[in-house]
Design a protein around this ligand. Structure first.
Ligand SMILES: Cc1cc2nc3c(=O)[nH]c(=O)nc-3n(C[C@H](O)[C@H](O)[C@H](O)COP(=O)(O)OP(=O)(O)OC[C@H]3O[C@@H](n4cnc5c(N)ncnc54)[C@H](O)[C@@H]3O)c2cc1C
Length: 389
């Protein structure tokens, strides 16, 4: 039994680490953070697409969780630990804290307040291939080999994931045939200005664009399991009747909320898309989950689903948790509210290409490469997981 009251954070990615960093020195000494993640290491989706193509880059997708807090800290990290149940004041783990795996009777951790930062689920290679460092690195090595061997690659989806993947492949392997098929007539869909710039650059790279068309529902269902097909077994037929043959198919469509943990026990807590309903102060709307704040991709706030926003929400949730802890209770009237974040979207085409939208201004290759493309913010990601001296 710990001498501390717990503030549990589920998910140690952008939202969760943002909250942890803000809380570690601001919580009263009566409280400690318990940061929990199903993976043994932190995983960084932003660098996953380059890691799927460029050998050696896979190491830029992970950071150790063990060094988030200094060794003498009262705060703790439980990496490789999945939360499998949510109670009003406790979470249930998939293992006991003595290390035994469990098939349902893992330990419970009681808390004063909790933050859910459980994010989205994507198909591989946008998500981690496993829960351990070895599994994640091996997954990338395999797909790098697949990409290297394939003469032709079909990318399904013309949003940021599909477009960035096509750009990575063409930057590293200019001779390969790459096709993007997208149901939308416009790349990246909603943001005016980006489509034109990206289309021009992709065409210059030799990427074939099949826009306003889609593969059949059966083929799409196969991709939902995150399979990467190899070997050109049969062509994919589009609804308009085109046949798209390739050696390798990559699912570059967007993800969906990773919230079955919530929806199976509290179906009314999520909206029709599976996002957890939360107020602008990030407190879950479901009465039974009123001790939980929800940040990042998992909540239903109408803001972009980006790491940048998730981290901002993590910090705001941390401030609100602190206020609730210090206020000793449930008074949510004084909590901060999350407004509209800065409107920024950067889509890279490998290290040197891409386009960006910053409020109403659109920028091309030079700006996008300088700010994002060259480094993909990897150093900031890694720095988040190093304890302050
Ligand atoms: C390919 C790709 C490229 C992207 N590029 C950019 C970009 O350039 N810029 C940008 O700002 N955003 C980008 N994004 C979006 C960004 O990655 C997400 O918005 C961000 O990661 C969301 O952070 P999050 O903390 O909400 O959730 P996630 O990053 O999804 O993390 C959720 C965490 O919770 C853990 N978890 C989930 N369920 C449980 C459980 N039951 N128990 C324990 N742990 C659990 C997971 O292991 C994971 O670590 C990109 C996304 C993808 C897929």
């Amino acid at each position: 039994m710990s001498q501390y009251k717990n503030v549990v954070i589920v998910g140690a990615s952008a939202g969760g680490i943002g909250a942890a960093r803000r809380l570690e020195n601001s919580l009263p000494q009566t409280h400690r953070i318990v940061l929990i993640d199903a993976c043994e290491v932190a995983f960084y989706p932003t660098s996953a697409l380059r890691a799927a193509v460029v050998p050696g880059f896979e190491k830029q997708t992970i950071a150790p969780l063990a060094s988030v807090f200094p060794p003498n800290s009262r705060h703790i990290v439980l990496g490789g630990t999945r939360v499998i149940g949510l109670g009003q004041n406790h979470v249930k783990l998939d293992r006991t804290l003595d290390g035994q795996q469990s098939s349902g009777d893992g330990d419970e951790i009681h808390f004063d307040k909790a933050i859910l930062a459980i994010g989205y689920q994507y198909s591989f290679p946008s998500r981690a291939a496993g829960r351990t460092e070895e599994e994640i690195l091996e997954g990338f090595s395999k797909v790098q080999e697949d990409v290297k061997r394939a003469e032709s690659i079909l990318v399904v989806g013309g949003g940021p994931v599909g477009v960035e993947f096509a750009g990575e492949v063409k930057s590293a392997h200019p001779g390969k045939k790459v096709t993007i098929v997208s149901s939308s007539e416009r790349l990246i869909g909603h943001l005016p200005g980006l489509h034109e710039r990206l289309k021009r650059q992709l065409e210059n790279l030799g990427v074939e664009l099949v826009l306003g068309d889609k593969i059949s529902d059966d083929d799409a269902r196969g991709l939902e399991f995150g399979r990467v097909f190899q070997g050109g077994q049969r062509p994919f037929k589009t609804l308009k009747g085109f046949e798209l043959s390739s050696d390798l198919v990559i699912d570059g469509r967007g993800g969906r909320p990773n919230t079955s943990l919530v929806s199976t026990s509290y179906p009314d807590a999520v909206d029709e898309r599976g996002q957890i309903k939360a107020s602008r102060n990030l407190v879950a709307k479901c009465a039974q989950l009123s001790n939980y704040l929800v940040v990042g991709d998992a909540n239903d706030l109408p803001v972009p689903k980006t790491a940048f926003v998730a981290q901002m929400q993590g910090k705001l949730a941390a401030d609100n948790v602190r206020a609730l802890v210090l206020g000793g209770g449930q008074d949510v009237s004084k909590l901060k509210e999350f407004g509209n974040p800065p409107s920024v979207m950067m889509v890279t085409l490998g290290p040197k290409g891409g386009a960006s939208k910053v409020y109403s201004l659109t920028f091309g290759e030079w700006f996008t490469s300088l700010i994002k493309g060259k480094g993909l913010f990897v150093s900031q990601f890694k720095a988040n997981y190093v304890a302050a001296k």
